[in-house]
Design a protein around this ligand. Structure first.
Ligand SMILES: Cc1ncc(COP(=O)(O)O)c(C=O)c1O
Length: 389
């Protein structure tokens, strides 16, 4: 197993920070793109290569690691492992999900918020080739997408409503539960892409309201690209039979049959081909770290930092695109800039790692950030006030 460099009792910002060497030279505030690399995730990657080198094909162990990933995702979501598909990306899961929808009849609409990640929008539009109509729900002038906008778009023709939990482009959080109530009243399913939330905000699929929840390990779960999940409400599964499939979705993987299509009874029916072995090692290690600290503790820690950042932005007179209501923001703050790429570059010169989308600088805070990071970011913003809108 991977060497453990820390013991029990990790707390956000404290001993947890010491796990991430990048802070020895940088202020890392870009977890919305990729979580920082921890020592134990590095050790897990090395364990994969060593095992391969020493033993060749470690198939049994790889399959076990796939199940460890399924259990870890389930734990984070307060779900049962049987309700979780292990995928290589959100794209793979969502493509399989829509492949299970009959879009040829009256109920052929996919409603998507304007804040969806490109992959969700593009997969929805791809279904136009199968008879779907895509309806966009756009934000109001204040950047919020009011519940009424969803209510106007959803009706008996709606098959699926896509409302990302946290927008990658504005940091805005949807009220998934309220949207789901409207959707369910019209018989529609709800997909909450939670990539920008999972690991940083407590997600409980028993109360969230969505029928399908997806996300992956690249960001707040502190793993690598190539590993993702899709949770499906257990009662829906039998009626959702994907045509986008693979042999690891079969009821008996090792039967190796080419005689028929017999999808697994559990959410595994949305798995696909060979498990993403190189990504399982870092993904499981990253999730273990998150679970050890605890998502509620991370959420509380991050809220304190984000509030400090927002207050500092207000003092600077900066325009913040992220909505500010109690449940409208999470770990990602988007600051409007006249030239976001120049602002990212200016902050990078000060050793601060951020990113940009649209006309926003994206600052995202996580388990490892501390108040001094926020203060350095604010000082750098003050020094580059000319780039703030
Ligand atoms: C909200 C959201 N969804 C999905 C993705 C990635 O999707 P995929 O796993 O298909 O690459 C990202 C990554 O940037 C994201 O921010």
């Amino acid at each position: 197993m991977a060497a453990r460099t820390v013991g029990e009792g990790l707390i956000p910002g404290g001993r947890a920070r010491a796990e991430f060497p990048i802070f020895e030279h940088s202020v890392y505030a870009n977890s919305c793109s990729q979580g920082a690399l921890s020592r134990r995730v590095r050790a897990a990657v090395e364990e994969w290569v060593s095992g391969w080198d020493e033993n060749g094909a470690e198939w049994d162990f790889w399959v076990e690691r796939n199940e460890a990933a399924r259990s870890a995702f389930a734990g984070l979501l307060h779900a049962e492992p049987d309700d979780v598909a292990v995928t290589t990306s959100v794209s793979q899961g969502v493509s399989a999900l829509v492949s299970a929808l009959d879009l040829s009849g009256e109920r052929n609409r996919i409603v998507i918020s304007e804040y969806e990640f490109p992959t969700v929008g593009q997969i929805a539009h791809a279904q136009e080739l199968r008879g779907a109509e895509v309806v966009h729900v756009r934000p109001d002038a204040d950047g919020r997408i009011a519940l009424e906008r969803f209510a106007e778009a959803i009706d008996e023709r709606t098959a699926l409503v896509c409302c990302t939990a946290v927008s990658f482009r504005s940091g805005h959080r949807h009220d998934v539960g309220a949207i789901a109530e409207v959707a369910h009243a019209h018989g529609a399913l709800v997909l909450a892409d939670s990539y920008q939330a999972v690991g940083a905000l407590e997600l409980d699929v028993r109360t969230l309201g969505a029928d399908v929840v997806t996300g992956g390990t690249v960001k707040y779960l502190l793993g690598s690209a190539g590993l993702a999940f899709m949770w499906l409400r257990g009662t829906l599964r039998a009626s959702l039979v994907p045509t986008h499939t693979g042999w690891f979705a079969d009821e008996d993987i090792f039967a190796m049959s080419i005689a028929d299509y017999s999808p697994h009874a559990s959410a595994r029916r949305f798995d696909s081909g060979t498990p993403p072995v190189p990504s399982l090692y870092p993904g499981v290690a990253g999730m273990e770290l998150v679970a050890e600290v605890g998502v509620p503790a991370i959420e509380a820690h991050v809220r304190g930092l984000v509030d400090r950042l927002l207050a500092g932005c207000d003092d600077l007179g900066a325009t913040v695109a992220t909505s500010r209501g109690e449940n409208e923001y999470g770990p990602l703050v988007c600051v409007v800039s006249t030239d976001p790429n120049a602002l990212v570059a200016a902050l990078a010169k000060d050793g601060i790692v951020t990113s940009s989308r649209d006309s926003n600088l994206r600052v995202s805070l996580h388990i490892y950030n501390v108040e001094e990071d926020v203060d350095r970011i604010l000082a750098a913003l003050a020094a580059n006030r000319v780039l703030l809108a």
